[in-house]
Design a binder for this molecule. Structure first.
Ligand SMILES: *Cc1c(COP(=O)(O)O)cnc(C)c1O
Length: 403
């Protein structure tokens, strides 16, 4: 059996360091707001290239906290609109709703499956305050286009980076190379000069907008052994607000300034994440190598199968949290692979606007591109520990499919 993602095998590959780190926390007698969390927040901020990182209980809370902080700051008020891709995990929309704001659903570009910036522009109203790109499947959204739009209309950019830990921003024309895209950050965070001299690290997901939310759900590219999340930002005021609101609205014990929530990254999860973070780039590179093998050896045309790789190719802007293939015969293909002991998943079978939870507000909306993606998507195994033999078996099995 080839599992979709063998978490037991993946986490075993971090031993004995992982168990040692967990045991240290267990024996320390200190489980929340301690050294392990502070250290991981520092490590992850440095990795993403941001000035601040605030650990949270999960990814949904991280996104929610950003919007709650903007509400406290007076940047956004109840009923303000946030443009969000319609094809995402439901958490993206729920976070906006939890903060009393209104998600406005935008179709994706069929080629990339990420938010279509030209379409997003048609959705802007006087109430629009923010645009929320989701780097779906691990592939960065069109950040240059989003920055152009945000600059013209004065919008905040909030990244949902829950699937894109480590993805590096590249210029479209340089997608095959390794030169990071500094255009929209020029004069802002990183000067192009220092980038060229190699003094600065590449521009990564989490550092491409005003604030970003990460999830460390166990199956993410950087996964905890339970729930975890983080907010990254270069905005010191926003960071202070997020940290306070995540701690019952408090900056001083028993003094509560905001009606906050309780959302913490605990010491055990933070310690586990600090063990796993140093290997993230290597694991992402391995995911790209698996993607390259799939891309080169699957008989796409003959099988009427599509992927979302063209036209950029496989570059560092995609960390392949998911390797999606699209087929009108998706269910039959999934059964064919299962019959040969190959596990796959569907991301996602039902789009958010068709869910019972949101149908009343959004069910009437016509989103044919989103619906087609949800009807045709199938996710192939993509564990960074897949062997060449296993990848070969998956490719052969797909190529033996008769639609
Ligand atoms: C996983 C995920 C989330 C939510 O993260 P949790 O930690 O499960 O709350 C949000 N958005 C996207 C795109 C995700 O994939």
């Amino acid at each position: 059996m080839i599992k979709y993602l063998d978490l037991q095998q993946l986490n075993a590959s971090f031993e004995p360091a992982l168990s040692d780190a967990l045991a240290r926390v267990s024996r320390s007698g200190w489980y929340l707001y301690g050294e392990a969390t502070a250290r991981f927040e520092q490590d992850f901020a440095r990795y993403c290239g941001t000035a601040h990182c605030i650990g949270t209980g999960n990814g949904l809370d991280a996104l929610t906290l950003i919007f709650l902080a903007y509400r406290e700051a007076g940047t956004m008020s109840a009923g303000d609109e946030v443009i969000v891709p319609a094809n995402t995990y439901i958490a993206t929309l729920l976070a906006i709703l939890r903060a009393g704001l209104k998600p406005v659903l935008c179709e994706p570009s069929p080629a990339t499956c990420n938010i279509d910036t030209a379409y997003a522009e048609t959705l802007i109203t006087p109430r629009t305050r923010a645009i929320l790109p989701v780097h779906l499947y691990g592939r960065l959204a069109d950040m240059q286009g989003i920055h152009d739009l945000a600059t013209r209309y004065g919008l905040k950019i909030i990244e949902d980076a829950a699937q894109a830990h480590g993805a590096i921003c590249l210029k479209a024309s340089q997608a095959h190379g390794t030169i990071p895209c500094e255009d929209f950050r020029r004069g802002c965070i990183i000067s192009s000069e220092s980038l060229r001299r190699g003094e600065e690290q590449p521009l990564r997901a989490g550092n491409l907008g005003d604030a970003a939310a990460f999830s460390f759900y166990p199956a993410k590219n950087l996964g905890a052994l339970g729930d975890g999340g983080a907010v990254t930002t270069n905005d010191a005021h926003l960071a202070t607000l997020v940290r306070a609101i995540a701690n019952y609205g408090s900056t001083t014990k028993y003094i509560h300034q905001y009606p906050g929530i309780n959302s913490r990254l605990d010491e055990l999860q933070a310690a586990a994440l600090s063990v796993k973070l140093p290997r993230l780039d290597k694991d992402n590179a391995h995911r790209r190598e698996i993607a390259r093998l799939y891309h080169e050896h699957i008989h796409w045309g003959r099988l009427h199968l599509r992927n979302n790789i063209a036209p950029q190719g496989i570059g560092a802007d995609n960390v392949f949290h998911i390797f999606p293939v699209f087929s009108p015969h998706r269910d039959k293909l999934q059964q064919h692979l299962a019959a040969h002991h190959i596990q796959t998943q569907i991301h996602y079978p039902v789009p958010p606007h068709r869910q019972a939870a949101l149908r009343q507000a959004y069910g009437m909306q016509k989103l044919p591109i989103t619906e087609r993606i949800h009807n045709e998507e199938l996710s192939l195994p993509i564990s960074p520990l897949l062997t060449d033999r296993e990848i070969g078996k998956i490719i052969d099995c797909i190529n033996s499919f008769i639609p």
